[in-house]
Write a protein that binds this ligand. Structure first.
Ligand SMILES: [Zn+2]
Length: 293
């Protein structure tokens, strides 16, 4: 209790300095109870969850490869979890794209590792004054690239801009796994970041493309949500197509954006609503996407 009282007294001043301290306290607090979990996907390959985008690790005995890094505040916990999976050093970090919940831990976790990302990720992060340069990608790709990590083969495939303009898919051809980054939000409306090159139509096209490449045994690691499969991705595509068609239809009926939000997308899509991309926000995204050129 003593420290709580001391903290309250400190806040009573409400100077700029104490406000800053308060916000830092809130950030630290936000991650306090987060635990990193590792779900086995194949031998030495794990999906890792904590807070933010789903990570994956290839935990070979002689070295660890990590896909995405969540937040700097979680770096110690992520490192501790990785050490239970392999004694090897973290040698390689791949970023699926540039969002803070996927690259925030880059410097804290992987300053000494090779960091690989789409060229546009490097461009956007190097223009972000708040991003620690120690976490910038060192190797950038613009074309499909095969990477060998010990005995594990990965294929890094840059995609036409859809979630952002720096998205890559990461395939594990031998294990029949794909990490889709935020080209998939499992069971929820997706975020299409139009201010960073995102595009709804291309997001749908990219979803169709991945579906055409996988089979019923493929394990799909989404950027957010549970480990899933072809049926899960097909359900997402169906939602994308149907909600886009609904908004298009409401447009043809002459509804305004606000009227569309009042009407909603119907009971069928209620479960796809979540705190980040609410039904209203998804309708706004689709409204923009169906704007006549
Ligand atoms: Zn994202």
């Amino acid at each position: 209790m003593k420290s709580v009282n001391a903290f309250s007294t400190l806040c009573a001043g409400l100077t700029a300095a104490t406000l800053l301290l308060t916000s830092q306290f809130a950030i630290a607090d936000r991650f306090k109870d987060i635990e990193i979990s590792a779900t086995p996907v194949a031998e030495n390959i794990f999906m890792l969850t904590g807070s933010g985008g789903n990570m994956a690790a290839v935990a070979n005995p002689d070295g660890v490869l990590l896909i995405d890094s969540q937040y700097a505040e979680l770096a110690d916990k992520i490192r501790a979890k990785l050490s239970t999976l392999s004694q090897g050093e973290l040698t390689t970090l791949i970023n699926t794209h540039m969002h803070g919940d996927h690259v925030g831990g880059n410097a804290a976790l992987a300053a000494n590792a090779n960091i690989i990302a789409h060229k546009n990720v490097q461009l956007r992060l190097s223009n972000n004054a708040n991003f620690d340069p120690a976490g910038l990608p060192k190797t950038t790709i613009e074309q499909t690239t095969t990477l060998q990590h010990g005995s594990t083969t990965l294929i890094l495939e840059p995609m036409p801009a859809s979630h952002t303009d720096g998205d890559i898919l990461i395939w594990f051809p031998e294990q029949n796994i794909v990490h889709m980054g935020d080209l998939m939000f499992q069971g929820r409306f997706p975020f299409v970041d139009t201010s960073n090159g995102g595009n709804v139509q291309q997001y749908i096209e990219n979803t169709r493309y991945v579906l055409s490449k996988i089979d019923d045994n493929t394990q799909v690691i989404p950027g957010h949500g549970e480990l899933t499969n072809k049926a899960g991705l097909a359900a997402e595509l169906s939602m994308l197509e149907q909600t886009l068609a609904e908004v298009q239809q409401m447009r043809e009926q002459g509804l305004t954006e606000e009227q569309m939000i009042t009407q909603g997308l119907g009971e069928k899509f209620k479960s796809w609503h979540w705190n980040f991309i609410t039904e209203a926000r998804w309708i706004r995204t689709l409204y923009q996407a169906t704007q006549p050129q």
